[in-house]
Design a protein around this ligand. Structure first.
Ligand SMILES: [Zn+2]
Length: 253
């Protein structure tokens, strides 16, 4: 769905797209000394607030106004710890790098269009005990690096696969570490409304090899040698429980 064809107020479903279009185009305007103005027509309060926090200097004031069923106005003051608390890609950068989305694909991704399910049993709902045991790897992509030989193990384990040392691994975050595709295939049976899914085996910069689902890319758009970067996404949902993990997307050039 292209931006100019998106009706701004025709339906609730279309509003997120209109809002992201406005977000990419709307600069924060100086209001008076030490203050900025951020008033946009949107229901994406959190997104707009995150964008304002991305670009506010400590001490600046953020006014967030929501006009929907009534008016909500919230005033924030950017704290001194804000610059160090920023992680990941800025909201505006994500909005500007968005790709056009066909309407039928949008309906499938939002599950507004009923389609035949995957041609294999649905995956089980994620269980709490294994999620807790592997929470460092699952939520923060923390691998282990052997203090004896330096080998990186993904996911982390007690025994180093390279030198055999036991309990020699130290926490080693791969969250912001890029990787290179060494093999790729297409999964046409994955439990997702947007098939096929690109599954790649990647070599992580600095050591380690793992398999990963590549997202935000066309099915034939992944090649051996491509550069990817981790991104935290929903893998699937089962029994009303969402299962999140790290996929990869193309590295910004
Ligand atoms: Zn080792």
């Amino acid at each position: 769905m292209s931006q100019d064809r998106t009706p701004k107020r025709s339906s609730r479903a279309a509003r997120p797209f209109a809002a992201m279009g406005s977000l990419a185009a709307a600069p924060l305007k100086p209001l008076r000394d030490g203050a900025t103005e951020a008033v946009l027509d949107s229901q994406l309060f959190q997104t707009l607030l995150a964008d304002a926090l991305d670009r506010s200097a400590p001490g600046e004031t953020i006014l967030l106004v929501g006009i929907a069923d009534g008016v909500d106005a919230t005033v924030y003051r950017a704290g001194s710890a804000l610059p160090d608390a920023r992680v990941g890609r800025p909201v505006r950068e994500q909005a500007e790098s968005r790709r056009p989305l066909a309407y039928d694909r949008y309906l499938r991704l939002r599950r507004l269009l009923s389609l035949q399910g995957a041609r294999r049993p649905d995956p089980p709902a994620p269980a709490s005990p294994p999620m807790l045991r592997s929470s460092g790897w699952k939520y923060a992509l923390i691998a282990s690096r052997c203090t004896v030989c330096g080998a990186v193990e993904t996911p982390p384990g007690r025994v180093c696969p390279s030198c055999g040392a036991v309990d020699s691994g130290e926490a080693y975050s791969l969250r912001d570490v890029g990787c290179t595709v060494v093999s790729v295939t297409l999964d046409r049976l994955a439990p997702t409304p947007d098939l096929p899914v690109s599954i790649a085996v990647v070599d992580v910069d600095g050591g380690g090899r793992r398999s990963t689902e590549v997202t935000d890319v066309s099915p034939d758009g992944v090649r051996v040698g491509d550069r990817l970067t981790p991104t935290f996404r929903r893998l699937h949902s089962a029994d009303g429980i969402h299962n999140y993990f790290w996929k990869t997307r193309a590295e910004e050039r």
